[in-house]
Design a protein around this ligand. Structure first.
Ligand code: SAM
Length: 241
C-alpha cells in the first residue's frame, strides 16, 4: 500500500463554476459510473460491468475526457477505467458520455449510441491501485501528465518509480503503457526512471509519431497549435526472470 505522504495530490480539484446541467450529471450520472471501492479490499473489476468485456483499459488524468470518450465509443467491447480528480474535467467527460457535450439534453443517462463501458473515478487514481487484481489492464494511458518542471518537485511526476511498480502489477503481460508529453525534459526523465527500474522497455521506434489509433486530446491540439512537439513513449512490460 502507498504511504500517506506519497498520496498527497498536488493538482487542482476545481475550476470555474459548474453549470447546472453538468452539476446534474455529477449528481445523477456519476454515481452510476463510479465503482464502489468502499470495502477497501480487492475488487473483481469485471463485475462493475453488466456485460463481459474483451479487455480493460485505464486512462490516468483524463482532463476533459475526449480521449476516453472517443475510444469507448469506438471499442464498445472494452471496459474503461478513467480517473481524474479535477471535477470540471469529470463533468466534461460525463457530458461526452451523455451526448450533451455539444448542446443540451433533457436526460442524465448515457447517450443512446453508447454501451455502458466506462467507469469513472473522480479522484486520485493512486488511491485505488491496491484494489485491482494483477494484470487487469491491457492498455494504460497517461496523456500529457503535469510536468512538474522544478527539480525539487521531480518525484511528483507520475512516471516516478513508485507508480511504475503499481502499473507494472496492473498491466497484462502483453499489455502496454502509453505516455504522451510535449515536455522534452519530462520524456527524458521518464526514460531515465524506466531504465533505472528496469520493469518496462520502450518499444516504439519513432517517438515523434503517434501510435496507431491515436486520439489527440485538447491539450495535445493546443500544444501543437502553439508549436510544441508531442513525444510518444510506448512501454512494454519486461519479462522478469
Ligand atoms: C496536464 S493535464 C492533461 C489532461 C489530459 N490527459 C489531456 O491530455 O488533455 C494532467 C491531468 O492529470 C490529472 N492528474 C494528476 N495527477 C493525477 C492522479 N494522481 N490521478 C488522476 N489524475 C491525475 C490532473 O488533474 C490533470 O487533469
Amino acid at each position: 500500500m502507498l504511504g500517506e505522504k506519497e498520496l498527497r495530490f498536488f493538482g487542482r480539484r476545481k475550476g470555474k463554476t459548474i453549470k447546472t446541467s453538468k452539476q446534474q450529471l455529477i449528481d445523477e450520472l456519476l454515481p452510476k459510473l463510479r465503482p464502489d471501492f468502499s470495502q477497501k479490499e480487492k475488487v473483481d473489476f469485471k463485475t462493475f460491468f453488466s456485460n463481459p468485456m474483451k479487455e480493460y483499459w485505464l486512462e490516468i488524468g483524463f482532463g476533459g475526457g475526449e480521449h476516453v470518450a472517443e475510444l469507448s465509443l469506438k471499442y464498445q467491447d472494452v471496459g474503461f477505467f478513467a480517473a481524474e480528480p479535477f471535477i470540471n474535467g469529470v463533468a466534461s467527460l460525463l457530458a461526452h458520455l451523455n451526448g450533451s457535450h455539444e448542446g443540451k439534453t433533457t436526460h442524465t443517462n448515457l447517450a443512446p449510441e453508447r454501451s455502458d463501458n466506462v467507469r469513472i473515478w473522480d479522484d486520485d487514481v493512486r488511491e485505488v491501485f491496491p484494489f485491482f487484481e494483477d494484470g487487469i489492464f491491457k492498455k494504460i494511458f497517461l496523456l500529457y501528465p503535469d510536468p512538474w518542471p522544478k527539480a525539487r518537485h521531480a518525484e511528483r511526476r507520475f512516471t516516478n518509480k513508485i507508480n511504475q511498480q503499481h502499473l507494472y502489477r496492473l498491466l497484462d503481460d502483453e499489455g502496454c503503457f502509453y505516455v504522451a508529453t510535449d515536455v522534452q525534459a519530462y520524456a527524458e526523465w521518464t526514460l531515465e526512471q524506466v531504465e533505472e527500474l528496469s520493469l518496462f522497455e520502450q518499444v516504439n521506434e519513432d517517438i515523434s509519431l503517434p501510435p496507431q489509433d491515436w486520439v489527440p486530446t485538447r491539450y495535445e491540439k493546443k500544444g501543437i497549435a502553439a508549436g510544441r512537439k508531442p513525444i510518444y513513449l510506448v512501454f512494454q512490460k519486461k519479462k522478469l526472470k
